[in-house]
Design a protein around this ligand. Structure first.
Ligand code: URA
Length: 213
């Protein structure tokens, strides 16, 4: 097993026993995230829904089917990327995650990003977008990457939002089609020696539970 796979496994094991916020009370299974530990692209959604909570895997419901279709349109499978979420346990009735739940879960996601070190982080929906574009409006910034220190942050509509509003399909298709070029651009930057910071810039002091790393 690669170091990255082992480290992601350790994070997933910590998530599995996590009781740091109230979401643990209603969960069936935790959904730490899944995919290729060496992924060049990492997708970050909001939080598990019903199907994800049942299976312990991200994006396995209707939104997931649509995400897989979009990946296929650029020649990728879900096993080639990493898919995670801002919160790792299902909010009751699929409500929005609360600010304190997002903050409490943040060190897990920060650590996953640090381990995978993706070239491109694709945010799906407003909660992951807010990590990198605090004042961004998705209708204005979707498909416009922000490039910093050898990594691109690429805000996209949430697949569920596109399923609810089919008028967004052409924009989502067009945004997705630009992803391979963005990855190639970031590969070139990395080969030229540009490196992302070891610790996420907005890192909070790690919580006790994560000091194990
Ligand atoms: N929506 C999300 O944001 N994440 C999932 O894992 C599934 C649906």
């Amino acid at each position: 097993m690669s170091d990255r796979a082992a480290l992601l496994g350790e994070i997933a094991a910590q998530v599995r026993t996590c009781t740091l916020c109230g979401l643990h009370r209603g969960r069936t299974r935790t959904v730490p995230g899944a995919g290729n530990p060496n992924a060049e692209i990492m997708f970050i959604g909001e939080g598990p829904g019903f199907n994800e909570d049942q299976q312990g895997l991200p994006f396995v419901g209707r939104s997931g089917d649509y995400l897989v279709k979009l990946l296929k349109s650029i020649g990728l499978t879900r096993d080639q990327v990493f898919i995670g979420n801002v919160v790792k346990c299902r909010p009751p009735e699929n409500r929005d995650p609360l600010p304190d739940e997002i903050t409490t879960c943040k060190p897990y996601l920060d650590r996953q990003i640090e381990v995978i070190d993706p070239l491109v982080i694709v945010t799906l929906g407003r909660f992951s977008m807010a990590r990198y574009f605090p004042n961004g409006k998705i209708t204005q910034i979707h498909g416009k990457p922000k490039i910093e220190d050898g990594r691109a942050y690429y805000p996209l509509f949430h697949p569920a939002a596109v399923l609810r509003n089919p008028g967004l399909v052409p924009q989502m298709d067009a945004d997705f089609k630009r992803l391979p070029d963005l990855v190639a651009q970031m590969r070139a930057q990395r080969s030229a020696g540009v490196k992302p910071p070891d610790v996420p810039k907005d890192d909070d002091p790690p919580m006790q539970q994560l000091r194990l790393f």
